[in-house]
Write a protein that binds this ligand. Structure first.
Ligand code: SF4
Ligand code: MSK
Length: 664
């Protein structure tokens, strides 16, 4: 691979872009000549192809590509494939791609966990309580077993589930019992993790599965292997290995870069390398190297979901979300951007090439032109991390003109499902009961999840406006991924934002000192939301299954295939999920109707689409109201007011806010 190729500087300019920090960077002379996705999007003169956008372009064989129009006899595939088959196949392949990304990530974490348990890496098992609880869930008796032996057994069991052929996945059994029975009846229980992706790619090959409903059942099975399988394994083992998140204060936005430190941004998704970088950043040898070049130290900041991983567990700041990845570099103040896998735009390489920035790839699965490759190995994690940090330090004296916008926002993150348990339930009676009670008595109307990416084709701050509308209507909001970073930039991840909530929600939030929008982690951590929903069911009073709960989910700016897999595992788990601004099967009314209505009959959960924040909010609140009505919660309930004893008990909570979370 030619890594010496230099990229031409483009015309640059100041594109129309909403976030003030981005605007300031891209309008500053430091970014002169830099081309980012913001420029590329505004320079495009054509709209996306309608066949591609609506899912009715097929290139699954070399008689095509075939562009299909539903209901037009002459516009079917050469092989005879019609719009429902093609749209369902394309939708299923999106899910296979997204699920595969989470599965490969989950496998990486599981293998790193097993190596650590065997003493082959410099990491340590940090959360033994969760290790023991997880062992029990897997049917492993933790009694009388050492931490090491138990971790090896847990690691071996979960690694084996990737190659499992028929025995099924352990964490599927965490779902509510009626949900498991429904999956059995419908025939979508995953048999193993990798098997479901392979089978889905086979089923959607030319000339195999040709019934859209059957294709979409296969897609659901694959998505469930992601959510209740690989993603949950990634989250749970990362927690055991690196610590289960607890509420933690930190900052987000480009202003977290430091003018007198070596700025290293970690971008992608996997926590293992970022953890190693964090472990060496303050090493005396590294600090001494920094001093030699006139820097005070190393400033480690995140981008995308690697950022969310280290923000949740270590409180390290996030410099930017997906749409900010090139803008962060265009400050000219980043010595190195270290990338692993997923959501890394090819455009970052030419932007880095405009500056002294070292772009460093670390996974053999993801190399880039113009980058230096330093292969990461878990067993040599600290050596690799030091090598990377030293490259960054060597670039510091080469820093030229730079501009760091004064935009950073305080946030409180770290809301694992365990944390929500004790934050809402109190230190001495950790439970979801207060949440359920407050939903039953109407102070909280319901719970909404806003998940996923941000997207240069959706320039409005849909996430932020939607969240404000939901919390004003007493809906508690959970966020993950880049949506969470956007909320953080807008100040919604701070307890002070409770001011914007409706009276009932505000009363609950003020009692526990909690933000109205709870940051639950990265994209794989959407599995935490599955567990939180299951806990709500098990706690009682809100029905027998996830489909009974007054909850709704959405991804208003979805960008990646992973978002569709996430959406499908929520729908198959019984949730109502709204995507925007478009839905990838829109070229087939038959398939879209099945996703929006037919799936509700199968799973008690379905897809929908919306564009504006108001449309999202109306649809989600209507659904939550309908669920409340079905539960008989639409009638006025007597309100349970907190007495002093309850307040004292609830007054455990967020570190740095005068209270301590204790354990979990
Ligand atoms: Fe066309 Fe059928 Fe081939 Fe698809 S599989 S490209 S519809 S001939
Ligand atoms: S990084 S998948 S843009 S959330 Fe997880 Fe962000 Fe979406 Fe990538």
């Amino acid at each position: 691979m030619d890594t010496s190729r230099r990229f031409k500087k483009g015309n640059g300019g100041c594109p129309s872009i909403q976030c003030e920090a981005n605007r300031q960077v891209l309008c500053n002379e430091c970014s002169s000549g830099v081309i980012t996705a913001a420029h590329r999007v505004s320079a495009r003169s054509t709209e996306p192809c309608l066949f591609g956008k609506g899912g009715t372009c097929c290139r699954n064989c070399n008689m095509g590509p075939c562009q299909i129009i539903e209901g037009v006899d002459t516009m079917i595939g050469v092989c005879g494939a019609d719009a429902p088959t093609v749209a369902a196949r394309n939708f299923a392949r999106i899910i296979a791609g997204g699920a595969a990304a989470h599965m490969d990530h989950g496998r990486g974490v599981a293998l790193a966990f097993l190596e650590t348990a065997r003493g082959e890496t410099p990491y340590e098992i940090k959360d033994e309580v969760k290790l023991r609880a997880t062992a029990q869930r897997l049917g492993i008796d933790p009694a009388d077993k050492s931490k090491t032996d138990l971790a090896i057994e847990v690691g071996e069991k979960l690694v084996s589930e990737f190659g499992e052929q028929s025995a099924g996945l352990s964490f599927i059994r965490r779902a509510p019992q009626p949900r498991q029975e429904l999956w059995e009846k419908v025939g979508v229980v995953p048999r193993g993790i990798d098997r479901e992706v392979v089978e889905l790619m086979h089923r959607t090959h030319m000339g195999v599965d040709q019934h859209y409903e059957n294709i979409l059942l296969g897609a659901a099975r694959c998505a469930l292997a992601d959510g209740w399988g690989a993603s949950m394994i990634a989250t749970e083992l990362s927690d055991i290995l690196f610590g289960t998140p607890v509420p933690i204060r930190t900052k987000v936005n480009i202003g977290v870069l430091k003018k007198d430190e070596v700025n290293i941004t970690v971008h992608g998704h996997e926590p293992v390398l970022a953890e190693a970088l964090a472990m060496v950043a303050n090493d005396p040898e590294i600090v001494a190297e920094c001093k030699k070049v006139g820097a005070k130290g190393v400033n480690l900041a995140g981008v995308c979901c690697t950022g969310n991983e280290i923000l949740m567990r270590r409180g390290l700041p996030i410099a930017g979300s997906f749409v900010q990845q090139e803008v962060v570099l265009a400050t000219g103040a980043v010595e190195a951007m270290v990338v692993d896998v997923q959501c890394i735009m090819q455009g970052v390489s030419p932007v880095a090439g405009n500056y002294h920035t070292a772009l460093i790839t670390t996974s053999e699965r993801a190399k880039m032109e113009g980058a230096i490759h330093v292969q990461f190995h878990e067993d040599k994690a600290l050596d690799v991390a030091k090598e990377i940090v030293k490259i960054a330090i060597s670039r510091y004296p080469e820093r030229g003109k730079y501009f760091i916008p004064q935009h950073e926002m305080d946030v409180v993150a770290g809301f694992s499902h365990e944390t929500i348990n004790y934050i809402l339930g109190g230190r001495f009676r950790a439970s979801y009961k207060p949440l359920n009670d407050n939903i039953i008595n109407g102070r909280i109307k319901g719970v909404a999840a806003i998940v996923g990416c941000d997207n240069y084709r959706v320039m409005d701050e849909v996430h932020v406006e939607l969240a404000k509308e939901l919390i004003a209507n007493n809906v508690l909001v959970l966020v993950t991924g880049c949506a969470a970073t956007g909320m953080g930039r807008a100040g919604l991840l701070s307890p002070e934002a409770a001011e914007m909530a409706g009276d009932g929600l505000k009363e609950v939030l003020e009692a526990v000192g909690c933000p109205p929008v709870l940051h639950m982690g990265s994209c794989v951590d959407n599995s935490r939301i599955l567990i939180a929903a299951t806990e709500m069911v098990h706690t009682g009073g809100l029905g027998n299954d996830i489909s009974d709960l007054p909850v709704a989910g959405c991804a208003p700016q979805w960008m990646s295939e992973k978002a569709v897999s996430i959406g499908q595992y929520f729908v198959s788990s019984g949730a109502y999920v709204v995507f925007g601004p478009n839905f990838p099967t829109s070229g087939s009314k038959i398939v879209t109707d099945f996703c929006f209505k037919g799936m509700n009959e199968v799973y008690g959960g379905s897809w929908d689409v919306a564009q504006s924040p108001n449309e999202f909010a109306n649809k989600m609140i209507d659904k939550i109201d309908a669920k409340r009505k079905a539960l008989g919660l639409d009638k006025k309930r007597e309100r349970v007011l907190f007495d002093m004893a309850m307040r004292r008990e609830l007054g455990s909570g967020i570190p740095g806010m005068g209270c301590s979370p204790g354990g979990h």
